[in-house]
Design a protein around this ligand. Structure first.
Ligand SMILES: [Cu+2]
Length: 244
């Protein structure tokens, strides 16, 4: 069983926080001790101190070990994020000013990401205009959407939930509304949705979107002029009027 990325990220962050608080404690105690010990009242004559080899070795070696430990856990997490499981369920996500669109292997499209529970999900990330960034805070994953190339990220769904997917790269005027949801469904409900041809239905969600338009996202562009995947032929994109 693969380690969960979210758990790994949280543990690494807690480790870094722990180190920070430990250093804060040590430095604060030393500071107050020196304030007392070397106060001008008690030390009228300046001492002339030249080097201290053991001390210098300690303050070189200890931080070195510390940063190597932090690097190790950072690297392990990074490796896990980059090494996408072969059985991950692929979904294409396309960012544009200012919304996200999803396309599944069977041609199904949606504005909300529907995924089955307890399943590794692979997002193949595209942008058709400027740089965006797919950010799913609850799963601790974030990856840029860059025009002209495919990026990817993966995570494993762990609970039935409706979670925020947002854009973490300032991409223009309405960047802040570039938000959608990921709905984690039980396997059977997901299959039911997945095998219903392109009609925009939201099986279990309450409508959390408000302002978002619910038209099918049609993606007729091929990022980077790469035409590896056949695209939908009809353009039904109903672009929100964003010109001001
Ligand atoms: Cu964006």
């Amino acid at each position: 069983m693969r380690e969960n990325i979210g758990v790994q990220v949280d543990q690494t962050m807690m480790l870094i926080m722990g180190v920070c608080f430990l250093l804060l404690g040590i430095i604060s105690v030393a500071m107050f001790y020196f304030l007392y010990k070397y106060s001008a009242k008690r030390n009228t004559k300046t001492e002339d101190i030249h080097g201290n080899t053991p001390l210098e070795i300690i303050w070189t070696v200890v931080p070195l070990i510390l940063v190597l430990v932090l690097f190790f856990y950072g690297w392990k997490g990074f490796e896990n994020m980059r090494d996408i499981p072969d059985d991950a369920f692929p979904v294409k996500i396309t960012g544009q000013m200012w919304k996200w669109g999803f396309e599944y292997e069977n041609g199904k499209k949606s504005d909300t990401l529907f995924v089955p529970i307890d399943q590794a999900i692979r997002l193949n990330i595209y942008s058709i205009d400027v740089n965006h960034s797919v950010y799913i805070p609850a799963y601790r994953v974030k990856e840029d959407a860059v025009p002209g190339r495919e990026n990817r990220l993966w995570f494993e769904t762990t609970g039935l939930d409706t979670l925020v997917i947002t854009c973490a790269e300032y991409c223009g005027l309405d960047h802040s509304v570039m938000l959608t949801y990921m709905v984690v469904l039980p396997e059977d409900k997901f299959q039911e949705w997945y095998n219903t041809p392109n009609v925009e239905t939201t099986p279990t969600t309450t409508d959390t979107t408000g302002t978002k338009d619910t038209t099918t996202q049609s993606d007729t562009t091929s990022p980077g002029g790469d035409t590896t995947k056949p695209q939908g032929t009809t353009d039904t994109t109903n672009k929100k009027d964003t010109t001001r």
